[in-house]
Design a protein around this ligand. Structure first.
Ligand code: NAP
Length: 289
């Protein structure tokens, strides 16, 4: 398994970890992934998968990099601390490696939220602070609100058919050494990627390299500097396939074909701004938290 730096922490993260949203497959696929070097597991208090991860990591906790998330409705200090305690209990551990804000919440002062996150680091419950689904402006606000620690990662959607982070966020994170954790590298449903690949570029590259199409899609993600990814897989077969997606390097020509021949979405700054305004509006109305 290839590894990448987690920001400037000195910690090396597997380039491919294990996502667990909508995961219902028990401990075996997780244990397989861990044994193949993908000892980086992502969950969230909202996924309902912290308990199964807690079981899967019993006895091997020290070999695992455990990432979970707090939901925006818990961004007040007392709620956030209580959420972290509840996650620790479900995960059956006494520390979280990476605690992430799942989405921005514009109705809670960011200073209060980041202060609570820093408190968790100071008392040893959390090692590193991350965020998720943050735009550049959200990241800047979060970083400014912190006095002792840094935001080390931003978990955002990135795959062959949604390349929105290329419109500014990826550059920003690379420039400031914030690791990008690419979620949904297989677009949540792999056939959606195939549907946008009219010339069958992925299949052709996969055949030429004796790799599978999913391995090509995952490898394309991790070809980016400062970026790791967390595909979710429910079977031992898929987990093995995904873990073996890091042991080769796509050539410049293969990358060019994947970049140019597959239809993709890349939301620009105006669209992103409008989506941020819409999210703020919904949150102030008590929705979308
Ligand atoms: P994904 O990893 O892009 O895709 C999962 C789908 O791909 C499942 O249907 C899975 O099937 C299939 N799959 C996995 N390996 C495969 C393979 N080798 N060949 C063919 N199909 C394969 O989807 P995701 O769950 O949306 O994203 C991954 C993780 O990112 C999540 O689990 C979660 O941890 C994180 N995430 C975070 C956010 C956020 O807001 N921060 C949002 C979405 C996701 P099987 O399950 O049958 O194996």
């Amino acid at each position: 398994m290839d590894h990448k730096n987690l920001a400037k922490t000195g910690v090396l993260l597997p380039a491919i970890g294990l996502g667990t949203w909508q995961y219902k497959a028990g401990i075996e696929p997780l244990r397989t992934g861990i044994s193949l070097g993908a000892g980086f597991i992502d969950t969230a208090e909202s996924y309902g998968t912290e308990e199964v991860i807690g079981q899967a990591i019993q006895g091997i906790r020290k070999n695992i990099f455990l990432a979970t998330k707090v939901s925006p409705r818990h961004f007040r200090r007392a709620d956030l601390i209580a959420s972290a305690e509840a996650s620790l209990k479900r995960l059956r551990t006494d520390y979280i490696d990476l605690y992430q804000l799942h989405w921005p919440n514009y109705t809670v002062p960011i200073e209060e939220t980041m202060g609570a996150m820093e408190e968790l680091v100071d008392n040893g419950k959390v090692r590193f602070i991350g965020v998720s689904n943050f735009f550049v402006s959200d990241l800047k606000r979060a970083q400014k609100a912190m006095s002792k620690h840094k935001v080390v990662s931003n978990q955002v959607r990135y795959n062959l058919i949604d390349r929105t982070i290329e419109s500014g966020l990826l550059d920003y994170c690379q420039q400031w050494n914030i690791t990008v954790i690419a979620h949904s590298p297989l677009a949540n449903e792999f056939s959606l990627i195939g549907a946008e690949d009219r010339k069958q570029v992925i299949n052709k590259i996969a055949q030429a390299r004796t790799k599978t199409p999913a391995q090509i899609a995952i490898n394309w993600c991790i070809s980016k500097k400062g970026l790791v990814t967390i595909p979710k897989a429910s079977s031992v077969k898929h987990v093995k396939e995904n873990c073996e997606a890091a042991d080769f390097q796509l050539s410049p020509e293969e990358l060019r074909l994947l970049n140019q021949e597959i239809n993709y979405r890349c939301r620009g700054s105006v669209e992103l701004y409008l989506r941020q305004i819409a999210r703020k509006g919904l949150q102030y109305m008590g929705k979308n938290q």
